[in-house]
Design a protein around this ligand. Structure first.
Ligand code: SF4
Length: 367
C-alpha cells in the first residue's frame, strides 16, 4: 500500500468494517513497513491562550458562549512557554504543540509573541507544532520562518456532519487553511474527533476529506470526544474503545506514512485499549495531565505503560543541554489580512440551547 493509492469511500468502509482482529493485524503490518513499532513520539500540548473563543464548536469547552469550568487565560508569556517545554523535554517529550483558542490568527502583538515562542522553541531541538485557528499563507510562512515544523488544523469530521457541529465557519475554511499551510514550508497536521454522534460514514468522510487535500497530512490526530459539561455535546456517550481502535487502524492503512496520533480521550481508555491502538498504528500520544482543558493520564502513568509494552519515546532531534537561544529576527513578510473566512451562521439547535444555558448560568452567578 502506498501513499499514491487512490482510495474510494467503499474501499475505506470495507477496511473499517473488517473483523477487528484482521483489521488490527493488517494495520500492524502497514505500520511496521513505515514506522518503528517500538517507538512512540511523546508530544506536549501547551495551551498558550485558554478559553474565550468566539467560535461555537459543539465539542469545545473553550467556546466563550458555553458555560464550562475552564479557567480562561490571556496569551502566555514567552518565558513561561519555554519553561514548560523544557520541563516536558526533561520528561521525554520530543514535540511541543502550542494551542490558542482563536478563530483565526490576526497580525499584531499577539501573533508577534507567538513568533517569539516558536523562535525560542526552535532553539531547543524539539519538533514544534501550533494550532491557532485559521491562517493565511503569509502567516503560515512567518511561522515557518521562525522555525515552526507543523501547523495543526483539524477537519474534525465529514463535510456533511461538520454543519451539525459548528456554525461559525465553514468546512471550506478548514481546507483553505490547510492549503495555506501546505503552500508554506510547514507540514500539515489534521485529523478528527469521533464520538460526536457521527455515523461510520462520517468517519470515513473525514478520511476522504483528508485524502482530498493536495497531499496527505504528515500528521493525523484521532481524538475521542471528551463530553464536557456545559458544551452542546455534554450528553454524548463515551465512544467505545473498539471504535477508536478501528479508526486508528483504518487511518494507518489509508495513510501509511503519516504519524497517527492517539490524542484526546485517553483517560476514558483502558491500558489494554491504548495498547491495541499502538498495535493498530498509533505512534504518538500527547503527554501531561491536561490536554488543553480536558484530563489526560500523567507522565508517570504513560511511562509505566510504555515500560510494560516495551515501547520507548522517540528521541529528541538532537541533545541540547544548553540554554534556549532566541533566533535572530528575520525579515517580516508583508502580510495579507484580507482573507475572507466564512460565517455560515446556520442553526444548530443543541449549540443554541447550550448558549442559552450558558447565558442563564452567567446571569445567576452575577446575582
Ligand atoms: S475548537 Fe478551537 S476554534 Fe473551536 S471553540 Fe474551541 S478553541 Fe475555539
Amino acid at each position: 500500500m502506498t501513499d499514491n493509492k487512490t482510495w474510494t469511500r467503499e474501499e475505506i468502509l470495507t477496511i473499517y468494517n473488517k473483523p477487528l482482529m484482521e483489521l488490527i493485524y493488517d494495520a500492524a503490518q502497514v505500520h511496521r513497513l513505515h514506522h518503528d513499532p517500538l517507538k512512540i513520539q511523546v508530544s506536549k500540548l501547551i495551551s498558550i491562550k485558554t478559553g474565550g473563543c468566539p467560535e461555537d464548536c459543539g465539542y469545545c469547552p473553550q467556546a466563550a458562549r458555553y458555560h464550562t469550568n475552564i479557567e480562561k487565560n490571556n496569551l502566555m508569556p514567552v518565558d513561561e512557554v519555554l519553561a514548560k517545554a523544557e520541563a516536558a523535554k526533561a520528561t521525554g517529550s520530543s514535540r511541543v504543540c502550542m494551542g490558542a483558542a482563536w478563530r483565526n490568527v490576526q497580525d499584531g502583538e499577539d501573533f508577534d509573541q507567538v513568533i517569539e515562542m516558536v523562535k525560542g522553541l526552535s532553539a531547543m531541538n524539539m519538533e514544534i507544532c501550533c494550532t491557532l485557528g485559521m491562517v493565511t499563507e503569509n502567516q503560515a510562512t512567518r511561522l515557518a520562518e521562525a522555525g515552526l515544523h507543523y501547523y495543526n488544523h483539524n477537519i474534525d469530521t465529514s463535510e456533511e456532519y461538520y454543519k451539525e457541529v459548528i456554525s461559525t465557519r465553514g468546512f471550506n475554511d478548514r481546507i483553505k487553511t490547510l492549503e495555506n499551510v501546505r503552500k508554506s514550508s510547514l507540514k500539515v497536521c489534521s485529523g478528527g474527533i469521533i464520538g460526536m454522534g457521527e455515523t461510520v460514514n462520517d468517519r470515513i468522510g473525514m478520511l476522504m476529506g483528508l485524502l482530498k487535500l493536495s497531499s496527505a497530512p504528515e500528521s493525523i490526530p484521532i481524538n475521542a470526544l471528551v463530553p464536557v459539561e456545559g458544551t452542546p455535546l455534554e450528553e454524548q456517550e463515551i465512544v467505545p474503545i473498539w471504535d477508536v481502535i478501528r479508526m486508528i487502524a483504518t487511518t494507518r492503512i489509508v495513510f501509511p506514512k503519516s504519524t497517527v496520533r492517539l490524542s484526546a480521550g485517553r483517560m476514558q481508555m483502558s491500558k489494554e485499549g491504548q495498547a491495541l491502538c499502538f498495535m493498530a498504528g498509533a505512534s504518538s500520544i500527547f503527554a501531561g495531565d491536561k490536554l488543553l482543558t480536558t484530563p489526560n493520564p500523567g507522565d508517570n502513568e504513560d511511562m509505566q505503560l510504555f515500560n510494560l509494552l516495551g515501547l520507548t519515546p522517540t528521541e529528541k532531534i538532537k541533545d541540547n543541554t544548553g540554554k534556549v537561544k532566541i533566533r535572530k529576527d528575520q525579515p517580516i513578510l508583508e502580510t495579507v489580512t484580507d482573507e475572507k473566512w466564512s460565517r455560515p451562521s446556520h442553526i444548530i439547535e443543541r449549540n443554541i440551547k447550550a448558549t442559552e444555558k450558558g447565558k442563564e448560568l452567567r446571569k445567576k452567578l452575577k446575582q
